[in-house]
Write a protein that binds this ligand. Structure first.
Ligand code: BGC
Length: 480
């Protein structure tokens, strides 16, 4: 415990008395520590918000959108062919060529290419963004010698969308640093097709829109048939799960289940999490490009965790509790403390020293210990909040089915979950406490946004032929 070494450093406080630094540091970290009772309370609030989101009339005011995906659990198993997949909304933009082999029941990733999306495109016009996507796709088709074929395309578009049909998806709002004009409220498939037509030098086949959580659930489904939750903790955070159709009031029909994209990142946007927001969360929100939006996500995901830590370190420095009271230029610069530093610092004290040096801070051993404590506190809160939200979903599936005990699997992806040294352990431990009647297993997805999207497209392609594309089915595992 770094506090042991901290207790040796004593600091005069304004009242003239001397206080141990660890107590003063703790004063700033305490608001991040959420007790089990608090997490249970957060879970109860989310439960109510999920109901509101599912409701026919309450939906449009709901912070947690609970979007129907039109993916239903009706296994098929006849999918095959070549597909293109686009993946926009994570760390990188990717184009993929994927082959689904019916005989071998496997999905092969043939090739893929990563294209950067420069900041000016992320914040420019929608037309420029889709022109850029169409140009990357053209380049990829050439490199793969696929130009001339009109392949069906799975579009993993990881932003909140109101899905009208498989190939009609209206962007509700941008998240994660994107803010292209003229896209919110528009059909993303139409914008993509228009950009391709503007070029006029190639064409694509039918399009299926997929949220990354859904792709993740689908790509894990083949390995574990009880996978009925998909969760992402990366640049952004979100989860989807299989809900009973009779509870999905906005879609006709009572039978079977439908995958719901919860968009839990928006939890708290109506002020319901005010009591747990710290001054640092408020600052992160205020200085983001979308203030007031995606409150829950801003406490949890990779896009924001580094900035929260930077603000805490800065505050402690201003209070002369760190770095001899001298912040470096880097520490004063928004965005300079990358989220990956948190994982690295928590991984070992030597890493902490290297990173503090890189940030040109004048540190000593106690500073390095405090920096680690700050990282640990901020990432723990993220893991525990995710656990509260995930437990809400697991508990809901269990009660939906009238079960005393539920055994279920969550397909997971995202850099924070994958890369942080103890995030997954902490999350899983908290889920066990918050959903004691659920036995939840975790399966890391193998490219849900790529292969999962192709799989959804493969099924959609068949459904398009059968019934005009009004329904998507989850394919029969095993597939990969
Ligand atoms: C988006 C979700 C997405 C999540 C993870 C959020 O910002 O709103 O649609 O699933 O990020 O990528």
């Amino acid at each position: 415990n770094p506090c042991f070494s901290l207790s040796s450093r004593v600091q005069p406080d304004p009242s003239g008395s001397e206080t141990c630094v660890c107590l003063q540091v703790e004063k700033h970290l305490e608001p991040f520590r959420l007790s089990l009772e608090k997490l249970q309370d957060v879970s109860a609030r989310l439960r109510k918000d999920m109901l509101r989101g599912l409701g026919k009339h309450a939906h449009h005011r709901a912070a947690v959108k609970m979007l129907p995906t039109f993916v239903r659990a009706t296994p098929d198993g006849t999918e095959k062919g070549d597909f293109l997949a686009l993946d926009l909304g994570g760390t990188n933009f990717r184009v993929l060529h994927v082959r689904v082999l019916e005989e071998e029941q496997r999905v092969l990733k043939m090739d893929s290419q990563i294209c950067a999306i420069p900041q000016e495109i992320m914040l420019g016009t929608g037309e420029k963004l889709f022109d850029h996507i169409a140009a990357c796709l053209a380049e990829f088709l050439d490199s793969q010698k696929l130009r001339g074929q009109t392949l069906p395309l799975g579009f993993t578009f990881s932003f909140p969308c109101e899905q009208k049909e498989i190939d009609k998806s209206i962007l509700i709002r941008w998240t994660k640093g994107f803010n292209c004009s003229g896209v919110e409220g528009e059909d993303v498939v139409r914008l993509l097709k228009e950009a391709i037509h503007r070029r006029g030098d190639y064409d694509i086949g039918s399009v299926a829109m997929v949220n990354d959580t859904v792709g993740t659930m689908m790509s894990c489904g083949y390995r574990d048939q009880s996978c009925e939750i998909g969760m992402i903790i990366g640049t952004g955070t979100n989860a989807c799960y299989m809900e009973e159709m009779k509870n999905v009031k906005r879609v006709e029909g009572e039978d079977g289940r439908m995958c719901i994209n919860t968009e839990w990142g928006g939890f708290g946007d109506d002020g319901s999490l005010k009591d747990i927001l710290t001054e640092f969360d408020e600052e992160v929100d205020k200085t983001s490009i979308n203030p007031g939006v995606h409150t829950f996500e801003k406490m949890i995901s990779g896009m924001y965790l580094g900035e929260i830590v930077r603000l805490v370190l800065l505050k402690l420095t201003e209070e002369k509790l760190l770095f001899k009271g001298c912040p470096s230029e880097a520490l004063l610069t928004p965005g300079s403390f990358e989220t990956k530093f948190i994982s690295e610092i928590e991984d070992g004290l030597e890493n902490a020293k290297k990173i503090l040096t890189k940030l040109a801070l004048d540190w000593d051993l106690v500073d390095a210990c405090v920096a680690r404590l700050v990282c640990d506190t901020v990432s723990s809160r993220s893991a525990r909040l995710c656990a509260a939200a995930l437990a809400t979903i697991a508990n809901r599936i269990r009660t939906n089915r009238g079960l005393d005990h539920l055994k279920t699997t969550v397909g997971v992806d995202g850099t924070v979950y994958r890369k942080h040294p103890n995030f997954s352990d902490e999350l899983q431990a908290a889920v066990r406490l918050l959903a004691p009647k659920c036995d939840v297993s975790f399966l890391i997805s193998e490219d849900g946004s790529g292969k999962g999207a192709a799989m959804v497209t493969a099924v959609a392609h068949i459904c398009l032929d059968i019934n005009g594309g009004s329904m998507l089915t989850v394919p029969n595992p095993p597939y990969l």
